[in-house]
Design a protein around this ligand. Structure first.
Ligand code: UT7
Length: 337
């Protein structure tokens, strides 16, 4: 049997502070009823400490992951961090995370694919394991979205939250792990979801900061439409080429951007609602954090041999679906959180 990259552990981290819909009602012209019915979100976690960036959350998740899986930091070969909110434009978060944890016999890099970041990083990491090059690869998604959210813009500030999640990838010869993937991108989507200033095209100036161009902006309606199509079409393609039907899946693990998108993805793929992972009500959209945070929350329900489909859509546009055969009984390893 071919060598695959199995997910052998998962861990998440969310900051303590809960930004509720009621609190947002005091900040912008919105209300709990609108947010709940239009997005499904009730609260999001916010990393309040101004001295901490996204690497802090990633460190919490990865340290706990290594402890849980009995992995010594020096055994890790590679760490990939998916993020659109790195501590600094450069250096990357991955090297900062490795330094703080003592992962000192490895290399690392960041992947910027917005809400598809974890998916792209997972597939990239799996290839290093499948090739035989490395044995222990950590993939972490971490975003401090509160650092780029405009809390005067009701169309975006109600959606995003902060959080991180990490998985460990190890070689497997029994058919568990990342089985197949369809990843896509379409750069024409950059006009509908972006952060305009702060990069090399529009370096930070007093003018563009005053114009609030250093915050994330999106045309939500356009993104919504593309998201449902992108996630369902790639999922269908991956299922078809593996001679599988939705009924063969134990779970769909969708990016958590909007409850209505999650429901539509479940509906169009013919999956009953209870088989579609969903924790958006308590975390909102944590960008690269959503997929591993779902796995972390649902770990106790995952069984060895379960086929699960991870699917995401995000800025770029980027999107895709990844088929994974779960490698262990989650109930035996899940920790209460
Ligand atoms: O993860 C990355 C990818 N991102 C996504 O997948 C996000 C996809 N998009 C969405 O989730 C939704 O488009 C939003 C949640 C962002 C917006 O929901 P919508 O149903 O598309 O609302 P809309 O933008 O069409 O706005 C409908 C109305 C407007 O009022 P009028 O013009 O009809 O009078 C908005 O001004 O709702 C208004 N509105 C709000 N009202 C209360 C927009 N935001 C709010 C708000 N509270 N927070």
């Amino acid at each position: 049997m071919r060598r695959t990259a199995a997910i052998t552990g998962v861990y998440g981290y969310v900051p303590e502070y809960r930004l509720t819909n009621q609190e947002l009602e005091k900040m912008v012209d919105t209300n709990d009823e609108w947010i709940t019915t239009r997005t499904g979100i009730k609260e999001r976690r916010i990393l309040k400490d101004p001295t901490k960036g996204s690497s802090y959350m990633a460190v919490q998740a990865v340290e706990a992951l290594l402890k849980k899986t009995g992995t010594k930091p020096e055994e890790v070969d590679l760490l990939i961090c998916a993020t659109v909110t790195p501590d600094m434009t450069f250096p990357d978060n991955a090297n900062t995370i490795c330094d703080i944890i003592g992962i000192n016999n490895a290399f690392g890099f960041d992947i910027n694919a917005a809400c598809s970041g974890f998916l792209f990083a997972l597939v990239t990491g799996s290839k290093y394991v499948e090739s035989g090059m490395y044995k222990k690869v950590v993939v972490v998604g971490s975003d401090k979205m509160s650092s780029i959210v405009d809390y005067t813009d009701r169309a975006t500030c109600i959606i995003f939250g902060d959080g991180a999640g990490a998985v460990l990838l190890e070689p497997n010869e029994e058919g568990y792990g990342v089985i197949d993937a369809k990843l896509r991108g379409d750069g024409s989507g950059r006009h509908f979801l972006h952060k305009k200033a702060g990069g090399s095209l529009n370096p930070a100036t007093v003018e563009n900061v005053i114009a609030r161009e250093h915050y994330a902006w999106q045309d939500g309606k356009v993104v919504f439409k593309y998201a449902v199509n992108g996630m369902t079409s790639t999922m269908k393609e991956v299922l078809e080429r593996n001679n599988m039907a939705p009924a063969d899946l134990a779970w769909i693990v969708p990016h958590q951007a909007n409850q209505r998108i999650i429901s539509a993805v479940g509906e169009y793929s013919g999956m009953p609602e209870e088989k579609v992972m969903c924790n958006i009500a308590k975390y909102g959209n944590t960008t690269a954090g959503t997929l591993p945070l779902c796995l972390w929350d649902y770990e106790s329900q995952l069984k060895k041999g379960d086929y699960i489909m991870l699917t995401a859509f995000g800025g770029g546009f980027t999107w895709g679906s990844v088929l994974v055969r779960w490698a262990y009984d989650g109930a035996e390893r899940a920790e209460k959180h």
